[in-house]
Write a protein that binds this ligand. Structure first.
Ligand SMILES: [Zn+2]
Length: 242
């Protein structure tokens, strides 16, 4: 009898411990759409990210979900979409959502999302320009990309929680050149790669939201890199810390 009670107590303890860990997991809403990527290794990588549980939505189809109230179900939005446009009402609802303080991670080609919505560059602190244009009264050249190259990622700010303790590392991935980057962005990662502008990751804020932009991540050679994954998880977590 005693041993049965002990077993029940142990089972209960393990269940409680497991649910406590589950409760602490970051609840991530992943947005995709508007740009192709290798689906299988992408979701395999997300499935294995420690301390993360996620659901993905497709833009623009599911853009109506990006509105106040979403912050009750998700801690952070991981934007891997390159959506061309959402409606003006959806844009406004998204801006209102960011007044709740939900975390925002803008990732890779998300820099080129919402090309006609000027506010979006202010949300993520950067923009991939599809044409020569003027931004804040200054000429901005058309951006460019180079896929499939080896380059070194340098930790530019070693004191930030996202980068602390990490060493410079190599990836085989894509870079962008001639991008617009907000003067308010705090740059965490850089590269000397001549095909790229120096900044590869930065933080900013918008509304009450903490925002992390992370450029690397075109394909699985980046996705499977353990330092890359560490940066992604830390970036997600950092945006949710008050
Ligand atoms: Zn890409």
């Amino acid at each position: 009898m005693k041993s049965i009670l002990a077993l029940i107590a142990l089972t209960l303890l393990l269940t409680l411990t497991a649910s406590a860990q589950e409760a602490k997991k970051l609840r991530v809403l992943v947005t995709v759409g508007g740009h192709a990527f290798e689906q299988k290794p992408f979701y395999e990588m997300l499935d294995k990210l420690p301390g993360v549980t996620y659901k993905k939505i497709d833009l623009p189809k599911d853009a109506g979900l990006l509105k106040p109230g979403l912050e009750k179900d998700y801690d952070v939005i991981l934007m891997y979409d390159m959506v061309k446009a959402i409606t003006p009402e959806q844009q406004q609802a998204f801006v209102e959502l960011l007044k709740t303080g939900i975390g925002v991670v803008s990732w890779h080609h998300n820099l080129a999302a919402h090309p006609e919505w000027d506010e979006f560059r202010k949300i993520i602190g950067g923009k991939y320009a599809n044409n020569d244009m003027t931004i804040d009264g200054k000429p901005q050249k058309k951006s460019n990309y180079t896929e499939g190259i080896d380059y070194k990622i340098h930790i530019a700010d070693a004191d930030h929680p996202i980068t602390k303790g990490l060493a410079d590392f190599q990836v085989h991935d894509e870079v962008y050149g001639s991008r617009w980057i907000s003067p308010d962005a705090k740059v965490l990662l850089t590269t000397d790669c001549p095909k790229s502008d120096a900044p590869l990751a930065w933080t900013t804020t918008y509304g009450k939201s903490k925002v992390f932009y992370f450029l690397p991540g075109h394909g699985q050679q980046a996705w499977t890199n353990p330092v890359f994954q560490e940066l992604l998880v830390r970036g997600l977590r950092w945006t949710t810390e008050k």
